[in-house]
Design a protein around this ligand. Sequence first.
Ligand code: PEP
Ligand code: MG
Length: 308
Amino acid sequence: RERERVAAGTGPGVTADGHAVPLLLNIGSARDLRPDAEGVGLFRTEFLFLDRAGAPTFEEQVAAYTVVLRALPGRRVVVRTLDAGSDKPLPFLGLPDEENPALGVRGLRTARRDPGVLDTQLRAIAEAHRACEADTWVMAPMVSTVAEAAGFAAKARAHGLPTVGVMIEVPAAALHAERVLREVDFLSIGTNDLGQYTFAADRQHGDLADLLDPWQPALLHLVKLCGDAGRAAGKPVGVCGEAAADPLLAPVLVGLGMTSLSMSAPAVPAVRASLSERTLGSCQERAAAALAAAGPSAAREAVTTSTR
Ligand code: PEP
Ligand code: MG
């Protein structure tokens, strides 16, 4: 029956030996939802803020968050606070032009200049959460330090949000995953930015695609640090970057300790099928093989030829 279910492309993510690995959706708005989703692992809230002269009002935000939270009653919805700057410019924030926007005031850092936008957003998420009795998780993008994680967690909790986490997108935060996890309830690794910052390679630069390959063993090493920290703390650690959508890489990520994977809806069936064919032990062997490889191609090769 399990096989039939997987072949039909439905149901939860689970390894061949029964370890649940929730397969969550990356969404940009309610339109990206699927009624059978296990939950949402990354709700990018930028859409509300794009193409407009000013920030959306508290009421507008409550309405937009409520639509998503209502759609998946009892299921996890991870709302990411505004990730502005760099590849996601937002004119109304009045951020000055920067020589190096990817290394500038972006993500959570925008709250240094204008804490009001984040404050209103957290208040709106909390209001929608109360109205829906949803399993609302909230996380901040572009966190670099333990202090930033603690500061964000304090603000989110002051608004009554019960489950607070941060994205791991900066190597410094991955290196201190254990300390960061003392301050928050979960981690979500954004491999797109984590790759960019680990390899000092612009994520939009086509010529550098080899450096941005999510199979880079150094990137996987940082993922492992986060997975180990999660296991030690007994707290969830997932991936919500593009890496999670690769059916061959997904078992490696699970072997590195990821407790959930989040991706766009079209990627879910192949990842589900891939996990269903492997035991947790096989995922761990694949993870060890990928970590030990000399580069991304060798890592792929090692995992493809792995017999289990
Ligand atoms: C990431 O950086 O991997 C991520 C999921 O966030 P975004 O792609 O929105 O920057
Ligand atoms: Mg990112």
